[in-house]
Write a protein that binds this ligand. Structure first.
Ligand code: IPD
Ligand code: CA
Ligand code: CA
Ligand code: CA
Length: 263
């Protein structure tokens, strides 16, 4: 029997709304904050609790699927065959801890490695970006959103992650110099919302599958390119240096990469 994607979308939306309410309630009490790999890589009781809550809901909605979650409560994946749900329970944990703002809950649903539906929930603005090929578009809550303008690099702002800029990885400083300016928001999900909304024309960061799975589905549906920094498809099971960009800006950035290699 084929899957009813509309029905599934309604169930995921309800699950995410409940998850948001629970996160807002948990934020009323002091957080338990632990370091993962160091003082800039944090995890809280809310990241863990929300991942467990989401995965329990996903198993109820789609019992046969595999689930990959950042905090390790899902399955151990060795391939992306079949239906795979990829979960980031709190994207932008540092913002969550320090700002109580600018973080997202994200779910991407893939079938044999191909994006079907994506959900990026800007919690504090109560803005749920959702859609993909199975819904024929991208919505911000009830509003169908239009594809962003196909700006060239010189004509728009670009999002980046701080460490890439500081260490000038992958010609970051040349890319920023060639753009209209750089912005840093500290959450891959919020960065990708900004690209969807045309506030920035792209975003460059080292990302894991749970950081880009949901956004990739939405951005591709809006005609925005999501690739590695050298224009290749992303590996869904490992870390990637991710380039999100309008078609024109992607071309401009790939040219900067190529020019430098030939020096
Ligand atoms: C992080 C954020 C951050 C990005 C990091 C991610 P997390 O996700 O999206 O903006 O620069 O690479 O790991 O750990 O807060 O879910
Ligand atoms: Ca994390
Ligand atoms: Ca993340
Ligand atoms: Ca996270």
């Amino acid at each position: 029997m084929s899957l009813d994607w509309q029905q599934l979308n309604q169930e995921v939306t309800a699950l995410l709304k409940e998850a948001r309410q629970r996160v807002l309630e948990k934020m009323q009490a002091p957080l338990t904050v632990d370091e993962k790999t160091g003082r800039k890589d944090l995890v809280t009781n809310v990241d863990k609790g929300n991942e467990q809550f989401l995965i329990t809901g996903i198993r109820r909605i789609d019992p046969e699927a595999k689930v990959l979650g950042e905090e390790g409560f899902g399955d151990h994946l060795t391939d992306v065959k079949g239906r795979v749900w990829i979960v980031d329970p709190i994207d932008g944990t540092m913002n969550f801890v320090k700002q109580q703002d600018n973080f997202a809950i994200m779910i991407g649903i893939y079938q044999d490695g191909v994006g079907q539906l994506g959900y990026v929930y800007d919690v504090m603005n109560d803005a749920l970006y959702h859609g993909g090929p199975q819904l024929d578009g991208v919505w911000a809550n009830q509003e169908l959103i239009a594809a962003p303008a196909n700006l060239a690099l010189r004509d728009g702002l670009i999002g980046a992650s701080g460490p890439l800029v500081i260490h000038d990885v992958a010609h970051m400083q040349a890319i920023i110099h060639a753009s209209a300016g750089m912005r840093i928001y500290g959450s891959a999900g919020i960065e990708m919302i900004n690209v969807m909304r045309g506030k920035t024309l792209g975003y460059i960061s080292h990302l894991k599958p749970w950081d880009f799975a949901a956004g990739q589905v939405l951005l591709n549906t809006l005609g925005v390119r999501v690739s590695t920094i050298d224009g290749q498809p992303l590996n869904m099971l490992s870390s990637n240096l991710v380039l999100v960009a309008t078609e024109k800006a992607q071309r401009d950035i790939l040219q900067i990469e190529e020019d430098d290699v030939s020096l």
